[in-house]
Design a protein around this ligand. Structure first.
Ligand SMILES: [Zn+2]
Length: 413
């Protein structure tokens, strides 16, 4: 069983210990007789740092990349590289990445204050805590959670932080704990409980590393709130993470505001205005396209002479999209009783549209299927209107002319 130095001092970043186990497989790892490294547990993620071995003046620095709880209460330090000359009994020095530890303390203590605030204000207990590399979240057991409640909890939590209340670690027996009114009890039965006591505000059983005064949390900033299966998930950041997040928000907002030449607080209003303008322009564009298609259809029909009593309109566009050629095909077959439209575009994807005036004898759907099958594409449609896409726009012109000639020569009524 590894003695956990962090249980008594969260600010101990440097310690001596004796190696108990050194392994290479499946990953290089060390087990020490005692450690200040925190293993992932209770929602808090592991510490990283270094283990120094060998000559104290020229030590070998072993990078600790992950720390985990193992069976029998052992703490396993996973190393970046295989261990050389470190056997059980070797004296080593542990050094924890202090910046990472401080960040984790700010997040975890911030979580206790925030969870207690939700209980005090709304009787909403925290059912789980998750710490990721860039944000944290708690799941609240609550039927509803309004924006105002989130803001009140954030305000109360920050007041408790500002009051700089003492945060103490206490060890009690389970019987003693039963009468203390803990916010959170541990899942398993144990002889002794470690309690985190935020003076006159919160008392919880917890094995994590915590600040000594709430002021060291800095602040908590609540972010996304979303409904989850068993209640509400509230994302938050504390301390330096909150500052880094606010900085990132400000940068993004400033960039958006500059695009609109507006103040950052006017960005939503500017976005709404732009979206409305886009909506109006889209409608106008659609209308113009309709008018253009109608005019172009009339011109094409006037230019096209009849072959065997039908007008075969064959066109391959490079500057019109599929939507436009569909519109054009519809106009062509509506404006004329005997039109057959064989249209294509290569912009942005090579596409085909075949259509015929109502009552004409061909089968556009079947013709489309047959055509795209020979060109590595897909398509189909009804008897009077069909569309398809092909892999390449190459050879489209002769293909369309060939189809027109075949249809014109067909013996149909
Ligand atoms: Zn905790």
């Amino acid at each position: 069983m590894t003695t956990r130095l962090y249980y008594h001092d969260s600010f101990l970043y440097d310690f001596d210990a004796e190696v108990r186990e050194a392994t290479e497989n499946p990953r290089p790892a060390l087990v020490l007789e005692r450690t200040a490294f925190y293993p992932t547990s209770g929602g808090q993620i592991f510490d990283t740092g270094w283990i120094l071995a060998g000559d104290p003046n020229h030590p070998t620095k072993l990078r600790v990349t992950e720390v985990a709880d193992a069976e029998d209460g052992k703490v396993v330090h996973y190393l970046e590289a295989p261990v050389k000359n470190v056997q059980p009994g070797t004296r080593v020095r542990g050094q924890i990445d202090g910046a990472r530890r401080r960040d984790h303390m700010q997040q975890h203590s911030g979580q206790h204050v925030l969870s207690a605030a939700f209980v005090r204000l709304f009787n909403a207990p925290t059912v789980s805590f998750h710490m990721a590399d860039d944000y944290c979240s708690i799941d609240l057991d609550a039927p509803t959670l309004a924006k105002e409640q989130v803001e009140s909890a954030e305000r109360l939590a920050n007041e408790i932080i500002l009051e700089n209340r003492a945060v103490q670690v206490r060890f009690v027996t389970c019987d003693e704990a039963a009468n203390l009114g803990l916010r959170k009890l541990p899942p398993a039965e144990r002889d002794e409980l470690r309690l985190i006591d935020i003076r006159d505000f919160d008392l919880s059983a917890c094995g994590g590393t915590h600040v000594a005064q709430t002021g060291q949390i800095g602040c908590v900033l609540l972010r996304k709130v979303e409904k989850v299966r068993q209640g509400w998930r509230v994302e938050f950041v504390a301390g330096q993470r909150a500052v880094a997040t606010a900085r990132r928000d400000f940068t993004a907002l400033t960039e958006a505001a500059a695009l609109f030449s507006a103040h950052i607080y006017d960005v939503p209003q500017q976005v709404r205005k732009s979206l409305e303008e886009i909506r109006v322009l889209r409608r106008q564009r659609e209308q113009s396209q309709e008018e253009l298609a109608a005019a172009q259809a009339a011109t094409l029909l006037a230019e096209t002479s009849e072959t065997n009593g039908r007008k075969f309109v064959v066109r391959n566009f490079t500057d019109r999209d599929l939507n436009f050629i569909k519109m054009l095909a519809q106009k062509l077959v509506r404006l004329s009783f005997n039109a057959v439209a064989l249209l294509a575009t290569t912009s942005p994807q090579p596409s085909l549209v075949f259509a015929q005036s109502a009552g004409q004898p061909f089968d556009m759907g079947a013709l489309m299927k047959e055509t795209v099958a020979t060109m590595g594409g897909r398509g189909g449609g009804s008897k009077d209107m069909a569309q398809g896409g092909v892999a390449s726009g190459e050879g489209l012109d002769p293909k369309l002319s060939g189809i027109a000639q075949k249809l014109a020569a067909a013996k149909v009524p």
